[in-house]
Design a protein around this ligand. Structure first.
Ligand code: 6PG
Length: 256
């Protein structure tokens, strides 16, 4: 019996030790949907409710949304929501340094999807300026974001399969500015081997001013990247910095 109890003890002791060594994954509040269309409607309703609440509290609402391909249906659904759009300011979390009518422009994406119908009364605060480089526009963009967009009320982040959010890529040089919860600047000019063009992006210190932070992620691959980053304290992916640094538990909206 003694031998068995000693073996049993070592297994339970080992299990206990492993539990201590394997920290809990960083939390998100999950909203899972069977398909993208259902997710788009639910996310639009949730964001619209947050915006109404912000307007009721402080007379204005400030929203930062991601670009790319995922959010198109959500942004169109959001434009259909009934709220006092004239008191809403919308800023892209990042933009590509291309003309505002270029197919890869996030500003163009917003004008085609969100700024339709009554929602066209909202104020768009573009990150793109008519300068040849984002660096040349950094100070005026930084000043306008700081004065007219912060603090944010709602942020909707997408994520790349490499774990980037906004234009904060894994090869980001200025991690001290881009990924710190209380970094030194709300906006960064970015050049990355991961991006075909220079970018302007909000930093996490700007993103973390919002009391409502949504992660809008679709597909199994991105879900795996998110879950791995949530579980691995050694992960250096930007999405890990979001999960670890956010002052609020991110709201995950996911569909296959
Ligand atoms: O300008 C951008 O590209 C976005 O702001 C970016 O952060 C986006 O959320 C991810 O790259 C995912 O993009 P997809 O939705 O196209 O996969």
């Amino acid at each position: 019996m003694r031998t068995l109890s000693r073996t049993a003890l070592s297994k339970s002791a080992l299990a206990e030790r492993l539990t201590v060594l394997t920290p809990d994954p960083l939390p998100t509040r999950e909203h899972l949907f069977d398909d993208k269309a259902q997710l788009a409607v639910a996310l639009a309703k949730a964001v619209a409710a947050d915006l109404r609440g912000a307007i009721a509290r402080r007379g204005v609402a400030r929203l930062a949304v991601s670009g790319g391909t995922t959010p198109r249906a959500f942004l169109t659904e959001l434009s259909k929501q009934t709220l006092d759009w004239a008191h809403v300011t919308v800023v892209p979390v990042d933009d590509r340094w291309v003309a505002s009518d270029h197919p890869r422009s996030n500003e163009r994406l917003l004008r085609e999807t969100l700024f339709q119908g009554a929602a066209a009364q909202a104020q768009l605060l573009p990150l793109r300026r008519p300068t040849s480089t984002p660096e040349a526009a950094l100070l005026p963009v930084l000043s306008q974001v700081a004065n007219e967009a912060l603090p944010l009320d709602v942020v909707v982040l997408g994520m790349g399969e490499d774990g980037h959010v906004a234009s904060l890529f894994p090869d980001l040089e200025r991690r001290d500015v881009g990924l710190q919860p209380r970094g030194r600047a709300p906006v960064l000019a970015i050049r990355s081997a991961s991006a075909p063009e220079p970018r302007m992006t909000l930093t996490l210190s700007a993103i973390f001013t919002a009391p409502s932070l949504y992660l809008h992620i679709e597909g199994a691959k991105k879900r795996q990247v998110l879950d791995n980053a949530a579980r691995d304290p050694r992960s250096t992916l930007p999405i890990r910095s979001v999960l670890a640094g956010s002052p609020v538990v991110p709201l995950l909206y996911w569909s296959p």
